[in-house]
Design a protein around this ligand. Structure first.
Ligand code: ADP
Ligand code: F6P
Length: 319
């Protein structure tokens, strides 16, 4: 293995830069050159690439986003797009690829592997929705951003004795809502993996109010529906003043947490190690604190759910 290519794809996440740094530095340490491809698979099709030296990844470990930029490429889903990408990989002298992204990016990585390019996937997404890993790079930072927002909203919610609905990201997964809801002390957490009953939710809010609770915070994962609609339903059923905040893309930015930087550094190192050992078609994950390499195929065909024990715990603690 003389040259490795690296790209970031799909929604960015805090810690992607730390992962890029780890791949570049680990590779160069082992005498391997690294080519950075810009804008994910779109850049691979366009042949938009540059050699990365040690200095190219200096001063980025603490930065959110991705210095390689990211994109969503419809063209890469076509046979002709994939053929062009593979031809460019050969043209650039790349013998192994590292793809950092979410499950969509993993589908692309799997296709590259099937076309004979040893490819390693690293889980870079705030959603924490990738099977065979307890955590994805960026999730920890995102939930810390969310609890910071909850704490701020809680201040004003208490002052005005209001009910607040906060809608968070996560695509079809409830992990962000679940973890941030537990850590932020939300009264109710709505996630796509668990059915909810609006009447029971309202009863719980009313019980709390009768006990003298000054505010309520309801966390809604975007996979459940629109926060504004949930807020309206609560207002109609209670007659209370209800406010809604959609946190949106602030959840995707910001300096990565120590956890995400460490995870990204460990995973980036492992990606290079796997390629040096001649492995391809693998996705790096972490289970019980231990790094693992699983077949990307297996990861893509596995089902996952958030840790539902946290859901039960959050319900008990917000009684
Ligand atoms: P994420 O990686 O964050 O889940 P997307 O689902 O948008 O983000 O996927 C990122 C990119 O991965 C897509 O724009 C596309 O280029 C590529 N991709 C996704 N699904 C496939 C697929 N089935 N076949 C080939 N490429 C895919
Ligand atoms: O996958 C990351 C994510 O931020 C999801 O939580 C969200 O549904 C989606 O990307 C938003 O995508 P876009 O960048 O297109 O707004």
């Amino acid at each position: 293995m003389k040259t490795i290519g690296i790209l970031t794809s799909g929604g960015d996440s805090p810690g992607m830069n730390a992962a890029i740094r780890a791949v570049v530095r680990s590779a160069i340490y082992n005498g391997i050159e690294v080519v950075g491809i810009k804008r994910g698979y779109a850049g691979l099709i366009a042949g938009d690439a540059r050699k990365m030296d040690l200095g190219s990844v200096a001063d980025i470990i603490h930065r959110g986003g991705t210095i390689l930029y990211t994109a969503r490429s419809e063209e890469f889903k076509t046979e002709i797009g994939q053929e062009t990408a593979v031809a460019n990989i050969h043209e650039l002298g790349i013998e192994g690829m590292v793809v950092i992204g979410g499950d969509g990016s993993y589908r692309g990585a799997n296709l590259l592997a099937q076309k004979g390019i040893p490819t390693i996937g690293l889980p870079g997404t705030i959603d924490n929705d990738i099977p065979c890993t307890d955590f994805t790079i960026g999730f920890d930072t995102a939930i810390n951003t969310v609890i910071d927002a909850i704490d701020r909203i809680r201040d004003t919610a208490t002052s005005h004795e209001r009910t607040y609905v906060i809608e968070v990201m996560g695509r079809n997964a409830g992990d962000i809502a679940l973890w941030a809801g537990l850590a932020g002390g939300a009264e109710s957490i709505l996630i796509p993996e668990e059915k909810y009953d609006m009447d029971q939710l309202v009863e719980k809010l009313q019980r709390g109010a009768a006990r003298g609770k000054k505010h309520s915070i309801i966390l809604v994962a975007e996979g459940v529906g629109k926060g504004f609609e949930i807020g309206e339903q609560i207002r109609e059923k209670t007659g209370w003043e209800t406010r809604v905040t959609v946190l949106g893309h602030i959840q995707r930015g910001g300096s990565p947490s120590a956890f995400d930087r460490t995870l990204a550094s460990r995973m980036g190192f492992m990606a290079v190690d796997l390629l040096m050992k001649g492995e391809g078609g693998k996705a790096v994950g972490i289970k019980g604190g231990v790094l693992q390499a699983n077949d990307i195929d297996r990861v893509l065909n596995s089902q996952r759910k958030p840790d539902m024990s946290l859901y039960g715990l959050a319900s008990i603690l917000s009684i």
